[in-house]
Design a binder for this molecule. Structure first.
Ligand code: SAM
Length: 396
């Protein structure tokens, strides 16, 4: 993480502009910390100034940092030069390197890419937890007219598959590093041809962590076109039986059960189970329902709560409020002046939460560095938070 250290530090006058960087404002020191808001082109981030016992540590703030890292490094350099700081330590490189992740942006998409108006002129298929990617790449080469969205949370697998896509010039795969259970909620209804879930982690001791659930399957049926397919492949008898229980709560589909069926490609896990002579089960569901079920689009807005900041500041304390499926955790406050400031929160569902800042500034309130995803659980958590803000100090 780029950082510089100095014995003495005073904030400069804000705002100031230099080399395309806009240093907009800073929060007052709260505890030992102050945040400086910086904008460069369309990138917005915080620099954090931390007062330590004998010096100051100035660095990229973790939640808002991004790639390429040289943008933040330049900002630290500009601040240091502006204040004529005499540095006791710096790990800032001067050369503009580390564009590695940018190079992957053709394949690797951020979750925000799917939030607003994501469409594809080609049919879409999804593979959840693609691991080594053998099946994903095999399918993509077999069906060049289909766009494959590969979802995986294991970073080394993601990097390996992106490398393969580049080497083989594959044009019809995009990859998302995100929890697949939440991702489906963001997709339009009836836009998907196939959903592959091959060898999901069985989570025998923590079944609530399984990808397969009623809620997940309900979303699968919503996003699948008529005759679209959901394909589960597993070596776990337990997972197979559990999936049947889940499936029993639905109707309007054709079901096909297969045992030790060859797909034409064998994944790394499949090879392992075959060596151990384990049985492999497939459950294939074909959606026969043509009724369109609307995507539950959640509005995440702050209404008119800007004026509440004064009260929030007066009565601020670290708080956790829990709802049925969602929660928020109010973690810190960084005032900018009497009426404006920044809160740090974690919110969302118990399985997947988001870490954000909330900026109260210029009569507006917004999540930073970007809005929370418009999922149902996030919207519930957001509502809990708004109610808490509106009630102010009476509620804890
Ligand atoms: C047992 S491996 C199977 C990999 C691959 N499908 C194969 O057949 O070799 C399960 C994969 O699912 C991924 N995974 C687990 N939960 C996930 C989730 N909620 N969203 C996306 N991927 C997930 C894991 O990181 C892991 O790579």
């Amino acid at each position: 993480m780029p950082n510089i250290q100095t014995k003495k530090y005073f904030h400069p006058d804000f705002p100031f502009f230099e080399d395309g960087y806009n240093f907009e404002y800073a929060t007052v020191f709260t505890g030992n910390k102050s945040l400086i808001k910086v904008t460069f082109k369309e990138k917005e981030f915080f620099i954090e100034v931390i007062k330590r016992e004998n010096d100051y540590l100035i660095k990229a703030e973790k939640l808002t940092r991004f790639s390429p890292v040289f943008i933040v490094q330049n900002a630290l350099n500009i601040l240091s030069t502006k204040l004529n700081l005499s540095l006791t330590y710096s790990n800032i490189q001067t050369k503009k390197s580390n564009l590695h992740l940018e190079d992957s942006s053709k394949y690797l998409k951020k979750i925000d890419y799917f939030v607003n108006n994501f469409t594809s002129k080609n049919p879409i298929s999804i593979e959840i937890g693609f691991g080594s990617g053998r099946h994903l790449i095999y399918q993509a080469k077999l069906n060049p007219n289909i766009l494959y969205i590969g979802i995986e949370i294991h970073k080394p697998s993601i990097e390996q598959v992106i490398k393969q896509c580049k080497l083989q010039n594959i044009e019809n795969i995009i990859i998302l590093d995100y929890d697949a259970r939440i991702f489906l909620e963001l997709l339009d209804s009836q836009c998907v041809k196939n959903i592959y879930l091959h060898f999901p982690v069985p989570w025998d001791k923590k079944p609530h962590r399984r990808v397969m659930s009623k809620r997940f399957l309900s979303e699968c049926f919503r996003v699948l076109q008529k005759y679209g397919r959901f394909e589960l492949r597993t070596d776990s008898q337990n997972y197979y039986e559990f999936s049947f229980d889940v499936i029993n709560s639905f109707n309007n589909f054709d079901i096909e059960i297969r045992k030790n069926y060859s797909l034409g490609i064998s994944s790394k896990y499949e090879d392992r189970w075959k060596k151990q002579e384990k049985n492999i089960y497939d459950i294939v569901l074909k959606n026969t329902n043509s009724t369109f079920k609307e995507k539950s689009f959640q509005k995440i807005e702050f209404d008119d709560i800007f004026d509440r900041f004064l009260d929030i500041k007066k009565s601020f304390k670290k708080t956790c409020v829990r709802g049925e499926n969602s929660f928020f955790n109010l973690e810190a406050i960084y005032p900018i002046n009497k009426y404006e400031g920044i809160l740090k929160v974690t919110l969302g569902s118990y399985e997947k939460s988001e870490h954000k800042y909330i900026i109260f500034k210029d009569k507006k309130v917004e999540y930073f560095p970007n809005n929370i995803l418009p999922t149902k659980d996030n919207a519930d958590a957001h509502r809990l938070l708004i109610n808490y803000f509106k009630k102010g100090k009476d509620v804890h």
